[in-house]
Design a binder for this molecule. Structure first.
Ligand code: ZN
Length: 198
């Protein structure tokens, strides 16, 4: 006889498909992702992938996730910032959105640095300088062409996520390795320092 608890567990597994996040060292994180086939947008497999990315992002407590991070080598990323209070300080919120085959255009090369973390590099933080005014062109989950301007920390978030689609990790962009730190040491020694504000 099947117990109710087993049925609930099975239903939960069907509804929630949290994928494993691969970590630095996994070869998929170092490959340039393939453009996602436009005719596949909206298909069952596409919708399942997006739902899995949403669940995985929520489960991990992140603000962004790229498909290569769940070992899917396509140019798809999701970003969602529901709570303005994050481990990166107080930031602008952004509703859940899917970014397919995105490109970045630097509108202004003036750079600023932020401490970045990554679900594929757990337990670490690093200080990275990036341009702070970019334009992002992408297809949304309805295959509509979209474009948006991003400034400040959000410009950093999107450059970090889309780097994953190019086989890059934020650790590649740390210019001062003394500013690559475990989470705890980041909180103890860097969180309120001048470098985290610039
Ligand atoms: Zn990342």
């Amino acid at each position: 006889m099947v117990k109710v608890i087993d049925i609930i567990r099975q239903i939960t597994q069907i509804i929630m498909a949290v994928r494993e996040i691969v970590r630095m060292g996994h070869p998929t994180l170092r490959k340039v992702a393939e453009p996602y086939p436009i005719q596949q947008i909206g298909s069952d497999s596409f919708l399942e992938l997006v739902e899995d990315m949403r669940e995985t992002l929520h489960c991990a407590g992140g603000i962004g996730l790229a498909a290569p991070q769940i070992d899917v080598p396509f140019q798809i990323a999701v970003v969602e910032i529901t709570d303005p209070i994050t481990r990166y300080g107080e930031i602008q919120t952004l509703p859940f959105e899917v970014y397919i085959n995105p490109t970045i255009t630097v509108e202004n090369a003036a750079s600023a640095g932020y401490w970045e973390g990554c679900l594929s590099v757990p337990g670490m933080m690093g200080f990275v300088e990036r341009p702070q005014h970019i334009r992002v062109d992408y297809l949304d989950s309805s295959a509509e062409k979209k474009s948006m301007q991003l400034k400040g920390f959000l410009a950093t978030v999107f450059q970090h996520e889309f780097d994953h689609l190019l086989g890059k990790l934020y650790v590649d962009r740390i210019s001062d390795m003394s500013l690559f730190s475990f989470d705890l040491e980041y909180q103890l020694y860097h969180l309120n320092s001048a470098s985290s504000q610039s």
